[in-house]
Design a protein around this ligand. Structure first.
Ligand SMILES: *Cc1c(COP(=O)(O)O)cnc(C)c1O
Length: 378
């Protein structure tokens, strides 16, 4: 079996059989000629149902997560929507984490709930809390690790066992770690979710999402819903994600190395009251992260002395760290979760501290990043 870096470059990427092009072509096409009614040449009939460029990406994604089946969507939330409407019907119950991507919380609380699906919140970093949240009608447990924006760590193997004992499936949003740093299916998860917009794409130039599973029956239901609902990844977007994936391993190594230097610098800074990075031995999830991750990733959050105004001021003073939402690109980003990415969680169990700043540490020269942050902190 080839190693991750090799798989990332080769899975689903055989040279084009017609021309020999070493990169899969962008099949920017909606429909395919049939040789007689129903006579499909390559199995393709219409690009919502399947498109060769998307297939190349889907095979690649499945291999990255060491899963059997990958499905590519128009966004991370489109993937989540397809998954939730496949796993849950009215009367079912879902457990979501107390720290999660704000859009996941909004989708569950504002959209899925209206269809008669119950949900409750648990601190998934505590396996006992997950066990206590299970109900007879619980069909799925949703986990994000590391979580957004508090960088909490959930023990995937422990929670998988608890979910399965309770007759529920375990979903892991693996966006923050990427499959290079963490492979949830191997730890017992049933489905992996990605916003490919982030580290998989890696260059802040595409919005996309993915699901990967090894459960063949579930994969078939998901593929049916993917086509029935239609929020698929387009050919060009699929191609951009594939291009990003080829450098995922080298990018994640550099993201992790830079983030760990940034976390150390912030820990020593007098105006920083708390640094949230799973690579720090003081982080409550450090041991679990070290056990289930190859490295600790590029996301760092911290709390600033002086409350919300001080945190907002830091976000507005950096020059290299660009103020903006999103994460996982080669360039460093800074944001204020309370007013930006997690504004929709205000007043809920997922509300984030007002003095919190979140960094997506890029792959620039780390000395320049450290200087920029020191100057912004003053
Ligand atoms: C961005 C993000 C999503 C949603 O993905 P989109 O591509 O923006 O729809 C889901 N989960 C996490 C952890 C994210 O960071």
């Amino acid at each position: 079996m080839n190693r991750f870096e090799t798989v990332a470059i080769h899975a689903g990427q055989e040279p084009d059989p017609v021309t020999g092009a070493v990169v899969p072509p962008i099949h920017q096409v909606s429909t395919f000629k049939q040789d007689g009614v129903g006579g499909l040449r390559g199995g393709y009939e219409y690009s919502r149902s399947a498109n060769p460029t998307r297939t190349a990406l889907e095979e690649n994604l499945a291999a990255l997560e060491d899963g059997r089946r990958g499905l590519a969507f128009a966004s991370g939330l489109a993937a989540e929507d397809c998954l939730l409407r496949t796993l849950l019907v009215p009367g079912d119950h879902l457990v979501i984490p107390n720290d999660a991507y704000g859009g996941t919380f909004r989708l569950v609380s504002k959209v899925v709930e209206r269809w008669g699906v119950a949900w409750s919140v648990a601190d998934t970093s505590d396996p006992a809390a997950v066990r206590a949240a299970l109900r007879p009608e619980t069909k799925a447990v949703w986990v994000e690790t590391p979580s957004n924006p508090l960088l909490g760590i959930t023990d995937i193997a422990a929670v998988a066992q608890i979910a399965h004992e309770g007759g529920a499936r375990l979903v892991v949003d693996n966006t923050f770690a990427s499959p290079y740093l963490q492979q949830p299916l191997a730890l017992g998860a049933d489905v992996v979710v990605h916003s490919t917009t982030k580290y998989l794409g890696g260059h802040s130039d595409v919005v996309g999402g993915a699901l990967v599973t090894s459960d063949e029956a579930l994969a078939q239901e998901l593929a049916f819903h993917q086509n029935a609902m239609g929020a698929v990844a387009g050919p060009f977007d699929s191609w951009l994600v594939m291009r990003g994936v080829k450098t995922l391993a080298v990018r994640m190594d550099r993201h992790s190395a830079n983030a760990s230097r940034v976390a150390e610098m912030l820990t020593a800074h007098p105006r920083v009251t708390r640094v949230l990075y799973p690579g720090l031995p003081s982080h409550p999830g450090h041991e679990t992260a070290a056990k289930q991750m190859r490295d600790f990733g590029g996301m760092v959050s911290f709390r600033v002395e002086g409350g919300e105004e001080a945190a907002v001021a830091v976000c507005e003073r950096t020059r290299l760290f660009t103020l903006g939402e999103s994460l996982g690109g080669v360039e460093s980003l800074i944001e204020h979760p309370g007013r930006m990415t997690h504004a929709s969680a205000a007043g809920s169990a997922l509300e984030v501290p007002a003095d919190l700043v979140r960094l997506s540490v890029g792959i620039e020269a780390v000395e320049d990043l450290l200087t920029d942050l020191s100057e912004a902190l003053g």
